[in-house]
Design a protein around this ligand. Structure first.
Ligand SMILES: [Zn+2]
Length: 278
């Protein structure tokens, strides 16, 4: 318990020291774990319970940003882990870097359920799976930038970061989609103050998440994904899911209905952002 409090204290210092939107714990943890588990594709959150402790232990994330509307000033260079709002809205987000095969089922679930999604694609995904990208574009759901080759941005030079961003943005627009700006999701959730400053100069905002479904884990069951989302549902929640997750594709129709049954509606991140950063 004492240890927990100490950790919380350190996290709070990190948060305020970096000026991040209450993701200091995840920041340091994400950076560390991605180093030790470089083989894993996605952020290696060590355990679900630790993740829960982290998010709940954070200070009110957006004191400066809290509002009752969905159009809050989120300046480039900032990061948000939640849409600052008291409205019962949810943003489902789908990162894509590898297997596109669950995509048709995911899109069907969104459309059939009257839901919306935001997709974060790597440049490699756009290059390798043009038909899948076309399917996403056809839905009208926004596409954000998830880097070119999914590296840990905290280990890149500024030039490498910019290259990752511009190559991917170019591929996305060449595929026929709108510019992904300002939406960027850092691979592995790895970022620091310097990464955010480079993102800002490139016209991007870092999009973190409120709820990590851990759906990239092959042992994760659809029921666990469902429980993770419903257990942490709150106004403005950003849910992290993956296009490559067959479990997510299978649970999504039911999950969308359950979210709606709790009085929530769905938004894309692009519509939840103010016009100043669109
Ligand atoms: Zn990813």
């Amino acid at each position: 318990m004492c240890l927990t409090i100490a950790v919380i204290g350190v996290c709070a210092v990190i948060v305020f020291g970096l000026g991040l939107a209450a993701t200091g714990c995840s920041l340091s943890k994400g950076t560390t774990t991605s180093t030790s588990t470089s083989v894993a594709h996605e952020p290696a959150t060590t355990t679900t319970s630790e993740s829960t402790t982290t998010s709940e232990s954070q200070p009110p994330s957006t004191l400066k940003l809290t509002t009752t509307t969905t159009t809050v000033a989120l300046l480039p260079g900032k990061e948000y882990e939640r849409i600052p709002t008291t409205e019962k809205i949810v943003a489902l987000t789908f990162d894509a870097a590898y297997d596109p095969s669950p995509l048709p089922a995911i899109i069907a679930a969104l459309e059939d359920g009257g839901a919306k999604g935001t997709f974060f694609l790597t440049g490699e995904f756009v290059r390798d799976f043009p038909k899948s990208v076309a399917q996403i574009i056809e839905t009208g759901f926004p596409i954000g930038n998830h880097s070119f080759s999914h590296p840990d941005f905290t280990k890149l030079t500024d030039a490498q970061m910019r290259s990752q961003l511009t190559k991917t943005a170019s591929l996305i627009t060449k595929a026929g989609a709108d510019s992904p700006k300002p939406l960027f999701r850092p691979p592995y959730g790895a970022r620091n103050k310097h990464v955010l400053s480079v993102l800002r100069s490139a016209g991007y905002v870092s999009v973190y998440w409120t709820i990590d479904t851990l759906d990239w884990e092959t042992t994760r069951t659809p029921e666990q994904i469902e429980k993770a989302v419903l257990g942490k549902l709150k106004p403005g929640a950003i849910v992290l899911m993956h296009v490559g997750s067959k479990q997510t594709a299978s649970i999504l129709p039911k999950l969308i209905e359950e979210i709606k049954a709790q009085g929530y509606s769905f938004v894309t991140l692009r519509e939840a952002l103010p016009s100043s950063v669109k």
